[in-house]
Design a protein around this ligand. Structure first.
Ligand SMILES: Nc1nc2c(ncn2[C@@H]2O[C@H](COP(=O)(O)OP(=O)(O)OP(=O)(O)O)[C@@H](O)[C@H]2O)c(=O)[nH]1
Length: 476
């Protein structure tokens, strides 16, 4: 994701400041200038960048800080806090509830990614146990129904539309009625787009909305327009009572940061971002975890969300609490392959980030995983479940290399990588969270990265998460 460049620049500015022998006004000014430059390059509005800088300066009053205070930590906290404030519209969006029928209407300009996003949204909720359905009320663009039909069939989501009917209101009403009767609890209506904001588009949106009475209107916007998002989001908000925004194409454009902050400035909550053309290229947008990931601090709640989407909780627990054997690595690779882009996934794991799969080199990363799995396919049960570091001697390594048709060096590299990941894994808070009982949670909580505890819903949230993830028996 190109946003990673913005995150990388800010993280580097913070790291340079951390490396300075003394943190004085000059070091702080350099750090803030670097952060401002990175934000401007991401097309964040000048006024917003100015406010972010001024606010950090007023929070971090170096002269007033007592000797011995950790200035670096205070600056880092202020930067994280201001980035969150910049992206926070201060308003939550409507979220559908399972079993309770909701109608969600999608609006946006032509080519913004609306139709693709409808399916991604439906698929996200299908994985969460909802019964979603798609209605194609886009009668403006020839081929829109075929596109929705194709996407919906691929994602196994029921759909409704017509090749002959030209009245979008009629199709929308028929589709919503049909899926209400079929007890679908999330009915998604895709509407027509236009090349630009124009009266005909807004009139059509108003009519479809009046006829279907949506619980939520989602505006889909192309993130590559950067700060111009402000005017677009504002116009749609006023004409179609937009309740939430999804920003697409965050994978290929340097202006994504600008688009996100501009939407927040209209006080419209961004609920998801699109990060590619395929169905899994879709992420929940939650300000704090997003900033945390952007700065390379990981995003445990996002990781949990992804993991729980593809793995039943009771299968997950033994895996996470067991020793990190080669078999577990194999299972992890298998599961990861169902979870979407691997680079994205690795960036959610605190400390691991994209070390295993470099940004922009996902294909090589996938090939590496395949190679490792082929090597592991040639191992015995004993080798896969082994916890003795001395077991893998030369003769075993030679046999595995021969059996898998790979080089001895590749087998050795894989074993080294396994050791490295196992070491990292054992240090993950997520691992400890499951292993520790509630009484011993407090020291752990203190060790969590900034904002992580809030994301997880405090101490109770942690315990709930542990409960969700494993049976009571396992916990005790
Ligand atoms: N790279 C990238 N491409 C995307 C993303 N979302 C959608 N696209 C692509 O953008 C193009 C337009 O998407 P559509 O879903 O057809 O757009 P639309 O807004 O429904 O267009 P109309 O139906 O004409 O209004 C397609 O080629 C999609 O594959 C994204 O998050 N990243």
């Amino acid at each position: 994701m190109v946003l990673a460049q913005l995150g990388g620049s800010i993280a580097r500015a913070l790291a340079r400041m951390k490396g300075a022998t003394v943190v004085d006004e000059k070091v702080l000014a350099e750090c803030l200038n670097e952060i401002s430059r990175a934000l401007l390059q991401a097309d964040v509005r000048f006024e917003t960048v100015h406010d972010v800088k001024a606010n950090i300066k007023s929070i971090v009053n170096l002269d007033a800080l007592a000797a011995g205070t950790d200035k670096r930590r205070i600056i880092q906290k202020a930067v994280v806090g201001e980035l969150c404030r910049m992206l926070d519209p201060g308003k939550p969006a409507f979220t559908p509830s399972k079993g309770k029928p909701s109608v969600v209407m999608f609006v946006g300009l032509q080519g913004s990614g609306k139709t693709t996003t409808c399916t991604k949204y439906a698929d996200y909720y299908r994985r969460k146990g909802f019964s979603p359905a798609l209605v194609c009320a886009d009668t403006f663009r020839a081929g829109a129904f075929d596109q929705l039909k194709q996407n919906a069939s691929k994602a196994k989501i029921p759909f409704y539309g017509s090749y002959n009917e030209s009245d979008p209101v009629k199709i929308a009403v028929e589709g919503v009625d049909r899926f209400r009767k079929e007890k679908c609890d999330l009915i998604i209506v895709d509407t027509s787009g236009r090349h630009k904001q124009e009266a005909a588009l807004f009139e059509e949106m108003r009519q479809v909305s009046e006829a279907t009475k949506p619980d939520l209107v989602i505006f889909v916007m192309d993130g590559s327009i950067g700060q111009a998002a402000f005017d677009q989001a504002q116009a749609f908000k006023q004409s179609a009572s937009v309740g939430a925004v999804i920003v697409t194409k965050m994978d290929g454009h340097a202006k994504g940061g600008g688009a996100l902050s501009a939407v927040a400035a209209t006080r419209s909550p961004v609920i998801f971002i699109g990060t590619g053309e395929h169905i899994p290229d879709f992420e929940v947008f939650d300000v704090k975890p997003f900033v945390s990931r952007l700065l390379g601090m990981g995003d445990l709640s996002g990781l949990m969300d992804k993991i729980q989407n593809v793995m039943p909780a009771d299968e997950l627990v033994p895996n996470l609490t067991a020793a990190f054997t080669l078999r577990l690595l194999y299972q992890m690779f298998q599961n990861f392959q169902n979870m979407g882009p691997l680079g994205q996934l690795f960036s959610m794991i605190p400390g691991l980030s994209a070390q295993f799969i470099e940004k922009g080199k996902e294909k090589e990363g996938q090939a590496k995983i395949k190679r490792y799995m082929t090597i592991m396919d040639s191992m015995t049960e004993k080798e896969l479940d082994n916890t003795n570091p001395k077991l893998m001697n030369e003769s075993r390594i030679n046999r595995i290399a021969r059996g898998s048709g790979r080089l001895v060096k590749e087998v050795v590299d894989m074993l080294e990588e396994h050791k490295r990941i196992a070491k990292m894994w054992s240090k993950l808070p997520i691992h400890n969270l499951i292993r520790n009982k509630r009484d011993s949670l407090k020291p752990l909580v203190n060790a969590l990265p900034p904002n992580m505890l809030n994301q997880l819903g405090g101490l109770n949230g942690l315990q709930n998460m542990m409960k969700q993830m494993g049976s009571q028996k396992k916990m005790s």
